[in-house]
Design a protein around this ligand. Structure first.
Ligand code: 3EB
Length: 331
């Protein structure tokens, strides 16, 4: 006979994101570790444990490990080239496909795999997706690789995701050739609420001038469980649909912080308990186009947001004039 469910109250789904200086082996020894990410040349390039993912973007200084922990035992495996882990109401998944120059085909194939994976999963709701590709702003006009990526992504996912189902996302370019398109995600049993930024046009409604296929992502996602942080998409100095301050890194960073503040404000209307500002409970990843600007961006963030743990990476934002982008978690 099974006990009434009230005797075993299910723990609320929670994700604990930490930036840990400890070595990988220690992180992987934790049965509640859902995923660990190493950045740059100093991080291990690979590990047999499918919970470890190497992101090749160069780091400013020695980046800590990004660790995702959940409240529950984690199981993991590899199936058909998809590395996965599941526990505490959440699932992590990752795959990488060869990119021989046709990023539209690589994104189409990867997103078709993701679509099929989610359709067969007991965690079918993607909350957050990361895309890392080579030479993101190479090519002219509609042949630009980011625009081709958007076309392949939309075709591969198989149907137009309704605005109410869009995940939060990041799409960043490798400054050096990796030869791969890397895709990873966080999905859940329960759908979350996609959020938009009142300062920005919804990306899925970008006008034609930015390409034939508007990018399919929400500016942030608020998961159903109040124990989950707000998930912030890659956020750049875009107001309306236009890039701002193409001539000023400092002004772009201020605009990014204004956009993040606006997203946090939007989320607080639904969840007033979220902190009003980025703080000690936030985690930010910062992508900087020009390697020369890495120290400047790090110093500006140290002065603007001294309590917020950050990882600063050398990565290309998907419009040439955008010098910096930030994603992360809050709450
Ligand atoms: C922007 O605001 C910047 O295509 O998945 C940010 C986050 C950006 C995600 C994506 C693109 C994506 O349009 C670019």
């Amino acid at each position: 006979m099974s006990l009434p469910s009230s005797a075993h109250p299910a723990r609320a789904t929670a994700l604990h994101v930490a930036f840990d200086a400890a070595p990988l082996a220690g992180a992987l020894a934790d049965p509640r570790l859902l995923a660990a990410f190493g950045f740059g040349a100093d991080a291990p390039a690979a590990h047999a444990d499918p919970r470890y993912l190497h992101v090749a973007l160069p780091a400013f200084g020695r980046a800590p490990l990004e660790c995702w922990r959940v409240d529950g035992e984690v199981t993991h495996g590899r199936d058909d080239g998809i590395a996965w882990s599941t526990g505490g109401g959440l699932q992590f998944g990752a795959l990488a496909l060869a990119d021989d120059g046709d990023i539209e085909a690589a994104a189409d194939a990867a997103y078709a795999r993701l679509h099929d994976w989610l359709a067969g999963s007991d965690h079918p709701h993607p909350l957050r997706i990361w895309n890392y590709l080579d030479a993101i702003t190479e090519g002219k006009g509609d042949a630009e690789r980011y625009r081709r990526f958007c076309v392949g992504r939309a075709r591969g996912i198989g149907r137009e995701l309704a605005p109410g189902e869009l995940p939060a996302a990041t799409a960043i370019g490798h400054p050096a050739r990796s030869g791969r398109f890397q895709l990873y995600w966080l999905s859940a049993r329960e759908p979350g609420t996609p959020l938009e930024n009142p300062r920005q046009v919804q990306a899925w409604r970008y006008p034609r001038q930015y390409g034939p296929q508007p990018p399919g992502f929400a500016r942030a996602l608020l998961p159903a469980s109040p124990a989950m942080p707000l998930l912030l998409s890659g956020t750049a100095a875009v107001v309306g649909h236009a890039s701002q301050h193409g001539d000023s890194l400092d002004a772009q960073l201020d605009e990014v912080l204004a956009n993040l503040g606006s997203l946090i404000g939007t989320a607080r209307a639904m969840r007033p308990g979220l902190p009003a500002q980025p703080g000690a409970g936030s985690r930010l990843k910062v992508y900087v186009r020009d390697a020369d600007a890495l120290p400047r961006v790090d110093a500006l963030l140290q002065s603007r947001l001294p309590e917020v743990p950050r990882i600063v990476l050398h990565g290309h934002v998907c419009r040439r004039e955008l010098r910096v982008e930030i994603d992360g978690t809050h709450g």
